[in-house]
Design a protein around this ligand. Structure first.
Ligand code: ATP
Length: 193
């Protein structure tokens, strides 16, 4: 079975994330997509002062994906050393589930920063990577290594940062949130100033 690994802070999860995940599965690019909620993103250290509790982010991700076929939420990185580097996670996943093939799913925005990732070359040499387009991020497709493929998915110009800001300012961007996530944010007073 081919498993797509789609990692992030998901702080909070929004429709940009879920529509993308559903599209990747619907297109048959992977058999399942595992949404790996990261306890701490190594490249976001220092910008995490308003990061919600890990349990809240996991709960919201589960609520937003519970009705999306083939998309699962994983807390696999919970038990790994921090910060959670992608190469470590992928290697540990392979050890834990030797029967599965793991494929990394990342956005064009992350591909631009990819050379800075810990052991970037090892990731490219060992795993397949699916890159989806992001608004304003051109991809030089001629220069991509053979293990890297661009996939076509709908583009949604929204970020968790914008959602958090909208909550703080009291004008929450509700149309980008699953109804249950919206209710959860209100109930638990997430991201309140
Ligand atoms: P933040 O604004 O806090 O940086 P984010 O919205 O970019 O968050 P992350 O949790 O960092 O979300 O994203 C997890 C993954 O989802 C990343 O690979 C990122 O490229 C991707 N992603 C973020 N927003 C979108 C979107 N609107 N459409 C598709 N993918 C997205």
């Amino acid at each position: 079975m081919r498993i797509g690994i789609y990692g992030g802070s998901f702080n909070p999860i929004h429709k940009g994330h879920t529509e993308l995940a559903a599209s990747i599965v619907r297109q048959g690019l992977v058999d399942e997509l595992w949404l790996l909620v990261s306890p701490l993103n190594p490249l976001k250290q220092g910008a995490t002062s308003d990061i919600e509790e890990y349990e809240h982010r996991l709960d919201m991700a589960r609520l937003a994906t519970e009705n999306i076929e083939g998309v699962k939420v994983s807390d696999f990185e919970r038990h790994l050393p921090l910060p959670s580097y992608t190469i470590t996670t992928l290697n540990e996943l392979r050890k834990a589930y030797p029967e599965y093939e793991f494929v990394l799913v990342i956005g064009a925005d992350n591909w631009r920063r990819f050379p800075c990732w810990y052991h970037a070359q090892e990731i490219v040499d060992t795993y397949s990577i699916l890159i989806y387009r992001r608004p304003g991020c051109e991809l030089d497709e001629v220069m991509l290594p053979p293990s890297v493929h661009v996939v076509e998915t709908p583009l949604y110009d929204v970020s968790s940062t914008q959602i958090r800001e909208s909550v703080k300012q009291g004008c929450i961007m509700r149309h980008w949130l699953d109804e249950k996530v919206l209710a959860y944010i209100k109930q638990h007073h997430c991201y309140s100033a």
